[in-house]
Design a protein around this ligand. Structure first.
Ligand code: FRU
Length: 538
């Protein structure tokens, strides 16, 4: 074929993940980060026999591919090894709880242990006697019981773990709670730790503590008065979360809000990210969450590429000062790929202006830019409704809709004639006595190809533009644009497939399509080096 595909380079991980569905049990062990992922050895689609692919890294950026860690081999997992999580036991030994599709294609929880815990690469895993360790309860369909979490120890020393599920004949999603003394015998608790009537099946549930103050991450069993808990569930194509208080004495998790299955849910990402898993990195005392980015092109395209699905750049996560949401930021190691740098001084961007950022590789770049609206005037647009939800943003405010303050931001992966570009931008709107800052990633012009899903993605960014600059960091990697607004308050990931804006042909611009001037107070951009991905062992 003569078709040119935008390839990944920072995270060319894609190539090693022939089919990579979600992050399964990331782990830091004896100096290595381990990535386990859903892999179909036969073709680039979800298949009848899924295995746990396995790659290792010392810096979360450069990866070496190993042989699969788990493949179907016992009655409990003979039809597939699906998602699960890793837990490091107090004596330092890692174990895996994962979903087996058993002889009857029922979803069950299977325990695996490293054959040789002294091997830092944890190449071989064994499935001890006693499996499966959990089976679907009677109120749960046999195909709606999966993705056990990392386990944690309560005040009584007992282990706890959650399994994502759906209730029979209802739309109720739940996190079923299990208890164990020995990690082998698991007993279902009376009630789920959390449930929602409106979400349907919960996949890849995560449950972990976050510190009330500071960025430091916590190991999964930590619980005290300066800790809150996050429960993340994947449904409806999004990773949604709630924050709450958890007591292991009562095993009650009181969440501050409910899952609503609407755009009001708190999301890790307002774009393309699903089935993430978080882990505690004991090397740097941080919590890292890692999500999966799906393809938005066709199955035929996947066949040509030979793979489908990639991992996002791992993100450090912590609780925002207000305690109301999580902050996210690319792990610092990604900065090691920064090469040639361009920086611009403060500059007024008149309404309707566009400015090319040249001198870096626009197809593979890291950009940090900040905008200032010192004279924000009262005559800016007002929002009709109090609600600034995703639907409002998408319906009324795509990049082509001119406003007063905004749209302003970046045009990434733009072709020479601008017929292709992805606009990542802000718009400031008066709401009540204050202002709303909308953040969008508009994919509608991202490619001249037409067999591709192109969305206009957006969210409102929790910033008061009268007192704070509006900052944006974009990691551009050929077919992925990961955009962090407000220092990590909101993230939007876009998967795009330009036809012309490829490699050297791609351009990067700062723009202001609004009628009012805004100040670009700083801009720094770097060409990014290529990571070492899918390299065979040396
Ligand atoms: C998430 C998921 C999990 C399941 C796995 C199968 O996308 O559907 O629920 O275990 O992928 O690959």
């Amino acid at each position: 074929t003569s078709r040119v595909y935008p390839k990944l380079a920072i995270g060319e991980a894609a190539k090693l993940f022939a089919f990579n569905n979600g992050k399964k049990g990331p782990l830091y062990y004896k100096g290595f980060y381990h990535l386990f992922y859903q892999h179909n050895p036969l073709n680039p689609f979800f298949g009848d026999i899924m295995v746990w692919g396995h790659s290792v890294s010392q810096d979360l950026v450069n990866w070496i591919k190993l042989e699969p860690a788990l493949s179907p081999s016992v009655p409990s997992d003979i039809n597939s090894c699906w998602s699960g999580s890793t837990t490091i036991l107090p004596e330092g030994k890692p174990v895996i709880l994962y979903t087996g599709s058993d002889t009857n294609k029922h979803q069950v929880t299977v325990l695996a242990e490293p054959k040789d815990p002294s091997d830092p690469l944890l190449r071989e895993w064994v499935k001890p006697k006693g499996n499966p360790v959990m089976v679907p309860p009677s109120n749960v369909p046999v195909d709606c019981f999966r993705d056990p979490t990392t386990a944690w120890q309560g005040h009584d020393g007992k282990w706890r773990a959650l399994v994502g599920a759906k209730e029979k004949d209802s739309n109720k999603g739940m996190a079923i709670l299990y208890h164990s003394d020995d990690f082998v015998q698991w007993t279902k608790f009376l009630v789920p730790l959390l449930e929602s009537q409106v979400t349907g099946m919960w996949e890849c549930v995560d449950f972990f503590p976050v510190a009330v103050t500071g960025k430091e991450g916590l190991d999964t069993s930590v619980n005290n008065s300066s800790v809150r808990h996050v429960l993340k569930a994947s449904y409806g194509g999004n990773d949604c979360y709630v924050i709450g208080t958890y007591s292991s004495e009562t095993d009650v998790f009181s969440a501050d809000s409910e899952f609503t299955n609407t755009a009001e849910d708190l999301r890790y990402d307002y774009g393309n990210l699903f089935a993430s898993k978080a882990f505690f990195d004991s090397a740097k005392n941080r919590r890292i969450s890692w999500g999966w980015i799906m393809e938005r092109d066709s199955n035929e395209d996947d066949i040509v590429k030979g793979w489908a699905g990639i991992m996002a750049i791992p993100r450090e996560i912590w609780l925002e000062k207000s305690g109301k949401k999580l902050m996210q930021w690319p792990v610092e190691e990604i900065n090691n790929l920064r090469a040639k740098n361009v920086s611009l001084d403060s500059k007024q961007l008149e309404g309707g202006s566009i400015l090319e950022i040249s001198g870096i590789t626009a197809s593979q770049a890291d950009i940090e830019v900040a905008f200032d609206l010192p004279d924000l005037e009262n005559d800016t647009e007002a929002l009709d409704s109090e609600e600034v939800d995703q639907a409002t943003i998408i319906d009324g405010y795509s990049a082509s809709v001119k406003g007063f303050y905004g749209p302003f931001g970046l045009l990434a992966l733009a072709s020479n004639d601008l017929s292709e570009h992805t606009a990542i931008f802000f718009r400031v709107i008066r709401r009540g006595n204050g202002y709303a800052v909308l953040m969008c990633s508009d994919e509608s012009k991202s490619s001249l190809r037409d067999n591709i899903e192109k969305a206009t993605l957006g969210t409102s960014l929790d910033i008061d533009p009268r007192h704070e600059k509006i900052s944006l960091r974009c990691l551009i990697d050929h077919s992925v644009i990961e955009s962090y607004g407000g220092g990590g308050r909101s993230v939007i990931t876009s998967r795009v497939y330009p036809k012309m804006a490829i490699g050297e042909e791609a351009r990067l611009y700062v723009f202001n399509h609004g009628t009012k001037a805004v100040t670009m107070s700083s801009l720094e951009a770097w060409s990014m080096r290529k990571a070492q991905i899918n390299s065979n062992e040396t």
